[in-house]
Structures are given as C-alpha cells and as structure tokens.
Design a protein around this ligand. Structure first.
Ligand SMILES: Cc1ncc(C[n+]2csc(CCOP(=O)(O)OP(=O)(O)O)c2C)c(N)n1
Length: 569
C-alpha cells in the first residue's frame, strides 16, 4: 500500500519512515548536525505525528550499548544517531561489540554540512570545517555490514529499507548511515512510501540435507561426543532445538565463555562452563555458534576427534584468523540445523550407549552443582566479600522475570538460568563499557522484567556511569546495578600471571597499571541521579541489601546501585 505523509523536510520524512518501519527509539547524542532532526521532532511532537521516541544519551558508549541491549532482547534493530566524526569515534568500541555479537542496529551520524554557503543547512559554525574527514565511514567500515550516505529525499525509502534489511539479514550486524545536514534540511511538502516495506528480507537458511546426514552419522557413531556453545541463544528458538537433539543423543552441553543462555543450567545434560578437562576424551565435538571453542595454545582436542560446526557463518568470515577445523560445517539457522539433525540422528542411535552416557553426565552435572554450592558456602563469611558469594547472592535474587546483564565478574555458574533471553554477557570483542547501556536497553525492551546489571568496577567506569544514571532517571528506566568492586583490573593482572608466572611482577608482588585504588565512592555517582545506592562490605548483609535494592527498582521504579567491596586480587 502507498502512504502519503505531510512533511516539511527530509528529516521529517526520515522520522516518519523510521516509525513506520517499527523503529521505536532513537538513541541520540546530538551536535550542530542535528538541527533539522530536532526541528522535525518538534513539529511532529506538536502535531502528534508518529516518530521514534527520542532518548537523550550523553555519551555515545551508552547510546550504542542501549541499542545493543534492546536488540539482544527483542531481535529488533533500533536507531542510534551521533555527532559527525567525533561522535562516531566515541561509539566505535560499542559498534565493534555489536558487530562481533551479531546485533542488528541502524547506527547513524550527522555529517558536516558539505557546502560552505548557498544551501539551507550550509556551514555556519566554527567546527564545520575541521569536523569533516575524507571518508567518514572509513572509521567504522570494518565493523559494519554496509555504509552509505543519504543524498536526497527521493532515495530515502530505498536507503533506509536497505539499511534495515541488511542489518537484520544473517549474519546480523550494525550498518552505518551518514546524514548530511543540507539533505536533512531540504524543504519538502509530501513524502510517499510503501507500507509495509518491500525491500527483500531473506528467509532463514536450512543447511544442506547431505551435510546434515553426514553430521548425524558422525554424531550417532560417536562414543563420547560433546557440545561447546557460546552464542547459540541469540536465537531463543535455537535453545529448545539443541535441547531436543541433546536429549536424543545424551550430549553434554558446555557453555564456554558464553554470551547468552544457550542451554538450561538445571538440565542434567548441562555439562558446565569449561570443557577443557574433558576435551581430550571427546571423539566428536559439536561447536554451536562459538568463535573460539577452545584455545589451541593451551589445550586442543585430539587430532582424530571429529568436529561438526553449526552456525549462521561457521567460517566467522569477518575474523582475520580462525583455524578451528570442521569435518562437517552446517551453515544456516542453527534452530533449523538442530531440528534436521535430530530427525536424521534419531533412527541411528544406539539406545544402550545413549542411556549409559546420559547417566554418566547426569552424575557429573550433580557433582558440579554440589561443588559450586560448596564453594559459595566456603567463602560466604569472607570479608572482603568473595565474588563467588556475591554471584551466589545475585543468583538467588533472580527469578523467571529477571534479565541479567553481565560485564565480566558475575559468575553464572553460581546461578541457575533456565530460559533463553535471561542472561547476556559482554561481546567477544571485549570493548569495555557495554554493560550499563546494554542493561538500560534491555529494560526498555522488557519493562516488566527486573534487569540486573553486574559490572566490575573497571567496567563501570568504562560505561560512562554519569551518562548511564542520567538516562535511567531522565527516561524512567529503572535498573539494579551491582558493582563487583575489587579496586583493580584483575583481568590485566591475570594476564601478567599467565604470561610470566615466575616473572618480576609476580615475584615482587607489584603490578603497575592494574590498580583502581583509591576507589571512588561509586554509590554517590548513582545517588547524584536520584538513585538508591549502598556500599556493602559485610557478606552477611548482602542478601538483604540486594533485596532492598530490588524492591526500590521494582516498587518505586527507581534505579538502584550496590557498591560491593570484594576481595582485592
Ligand atoms: C575499551 C577497553 N579498554 C581496555 C580493555 C582491557 N581490559 C580487559 S578487562 C579489563 C579490566 C576490567 O576491570 P573490571 O571490570 O574491574 O574487572 P576485573 O578485571 O577486575 O575482574 C581491561 C582494562 C578492554 N577490554 N576494553
């Protein structure tokens, strides 16, 4: 159907189109390039016309994190707009995270006015000369699937629809669109477009039947198969599909450095979070959406071990190097691959072998659960607080209405996540500063859920906390933040210990460039934006402090923060 909208400028037509395409939010960090967009918002607001809800986000790392968080919960891309080259630069780490996590996002930036004079929107500020670069998109091109510059209104529908279609096509990832001020400011009276969109939206891809049959034969013949997965749960439907396959074959599933909930943690076939101890025993490994299923420098499966890889892009084509072998690689939607594998493998299984295997892994599952509980109990009274005890207490706070966003220190093995979409961890790209924004975006996407954001003190600082707490209050997005405060960058310390176990740093007990002491009173940062915040030092007080904070978030709809003082490494 063709639709007509009354507009004054291209910027207004752009907002009309984004709203029509289901983009609910524009996470924005504005500059002089935004003038026509702000004008368009004001007009549409005054006249009650559709537009994505504008959210002012005073740091780009939070803006991109919010779009990331929203999309990881809903699967739907939102729009981000930042200020020309400098805003793009500030957002870049977040774009890398989104790219490596296959998150769809319409990432946009204003573009310095092209003309020095003579057009509506021409240069009129001192920064309009220095803020132009030869190729603005060059900065992000390696980490986006597509980039383009809007040239005129007559292209608007094609450009926006193409951007939205490409970002959502698998493998998903952000796209980048630059919006010159003259183009946005062009005077218009009407804008006509198709509703719904008619851009091609490629369907999910199922792997080739021959390859499926070969993988099923290998799986059924294996004595000691196992599954390693990291990000399968990006597609919530892939989780029950893997579960069905695991049941048929009694496959233990290891979540290795997992970024999503991939398999219910309470299922007897959940194998734990580290496959390294059993890697050498496996005669088949099914690698499901895992970029680095093991670390060959430390430990690798035997050379005879069969490898089956399943993923939307089992080559991880955008990674310069990735040498993990595969005897069969099933490319396409993993949910379809597992369904097909289950059908093909079912008639081939040796029931006696499967029953014996299941018993063995069930026992191992029980042993691991008990060991983790014992570990938490053993450190429950330690002061400063042990991160295992903190993780346990946070885990105990979760229920079926919780989404947990983890940037680093929360230990998921101390909790029991069972539903797809209930747990998200930082991107394998590791651009710190993701967590606070991602949690805010997740809460926007799921207002009825309690969103708990666990961050290290380092990750908290990287997340532009003043901006994040501002957004939480200004846009009514209550999140419970928990800082795992060890007053250090322990990840960096650990790297030194692994790199030079007998070296100078370890022997002398000095590690320059890794300390975050003296630590700020982080609780004051949250209070400055009207949040409830406490510093917690007593491990016995932790459960109550968490419950108080949860109630503030849930009942008062206000953000809360616990600054939990943990053992210093
Ligand atoms: C943008 C960015 N800068 C630096 C790093 C390197 N880095 C990885 S982990 C880490 C420390 C994180 O500190 P914290 O959140 O306190 O967790 P901890 O390591 O103490 O457990 C750093 C600095 C990074 N990943 N991203």
């Amino acid at each position: 159907m063709r639709k007509q909208a009354s507009v004054e400028t291209t910027a207004e037509a752009y907002l009309e189109l984004l709203a029509a395409r289901g983009v609910e939010y524009l996470f924005a960090n504005a500059g002089t390039d935004f003038a026509p967009v702000i004008e368009a918002y004001a007009r549409r607001g005054a006249q009650g016309q559709a537009r994505p809800r504008p959210i002012t986000v005073p740091h780009e790392v939070v803006a991109v994190g919010m779009a990331h968080g929203y999309a990881m919960v809903t699967g739907r891309p939102q729009a981000v707009m930042v200020h020309v080259i400098v805003g793009t630069a500030n957002a870049l780490g977040g774009i890398m995270n989104a790219a490596r996590s296959n998150v769809p996002m319409l990432f946009t930036a204003g573009r310095n006015p092209i003309t020095e004079a003579g057009a509506v929107g021409s240069r009129d500020r001192p920064i309009h000369w220095a803020q132009e670069s030869f190729d603005q998109a060059a900065m992000v091109r390696e980490f986006v699937k597509w980039d383009y510059e809007l040239r005129t209104l007559s292209d608007l529908e094609t450009v926006v629809d193409r951007a939205l279609a490409i970002t959502q096509a698998e493998p998903q990832g952000p796209v980048y669109l630059t919006l010159p001020r003259e183009v946005l400011a062009e005077r218009r009276e009407a804008f006509e477009y198709s509703d719904p969109a008619r851009a091609p939206r490629p369907s999910a891809v199922a792997p080739d039947a021959g390859a499926v049959a070969e993988a099923a034969r290998l799986l059924a013949a294996a004595q000691n198969p196992l599954v390693v997965t990291k990000a399968l749960g990006r597609d919530p439907e892939a989780v029950p599909a893997l579960l069905a396959l695991a049941e048929i074959l009694a496959l233990p599933v290891f979540e290795q450095s997992h970024t999503h909930l991939n398999f219910p943690q309470d299922h007897p076939l959940h194998g734990g979070f580290d496959s390294a101890p059993v890697l050498g025993l496996a005669d088949l490994i099914l690698v499901a959406e895992s970029d680095a299923p093991w670390y060959p420098h430390l430990k690798a499966p035997g050379t005879e071990t069969k490898i089956v890889q399943v993923g939307v892009d089992p080559l991880f084509s955008r990674y310069p190097i990735r040498g993990f072998h595969a005897d069969v690689a099933l490319a396409g939607a993993p949910r379809l691959a597992f369904k097909a594998l289950a059908e093909a493998a079912s008639p081939l299984v040796d029931r006696g072998l499967v029953a014996e295997r299941r018993q063995r892994w069930e026992r191992e599952h029980g042993r691991q659960s008990e060991a983790r509980a014992a570990r938490a109990r053993a450190v429950a009274a330690d002061t400063p607080i042990d991160m295992a005890w903190l993780s346990r207490c946070v885990g105990d706070l979760t229920d079926e209405r919780t989404i947990l966003v983890n940037e680093y220190d929360f230990d998921a093995s101390q909790a029991v996540f069972t539903r797809p979409g209930s747990y998200f961890a930082a991107s394998p790209a590791g651009g710190l500063g993701w967590g606070l924004g991602a949690a805010l975006g997740a809460k926007l996407a799921a207002p009825d859920k309690t969103v708990i954001c666990c961050v290290g003190d380092g990750a908290y600082i990287f997340g532009a906390p003043t901006a994040a707490h501002f957004v939480s209050r200004a846009s009514d997005i209550p999140v419970l933040f928990v800082i795992f405060n060890n007053r250090a960058w322990n990840a960096v310390k650990r790297a030194v210990q692994t790199h030079a176990p007998d070296g100078w740093a370890v022997r002398t007990g000095t590690m320059p460039l890794t300390e975050l002491d003296p630590a700020p009173d982080y609780e004051l940062v949250c209070r400055a934006s009207g949040g409830h915040a406490e510093r917690v030092e007593d491990p016995a007080q932790l459960p109550e402090a968490l419950e108080r904070a949860r109630r503030v978030v849930h009942d008062e709809k206000r953000q809360a923060l616990l600054n939990v003082i943990c053992k210093k490494p």
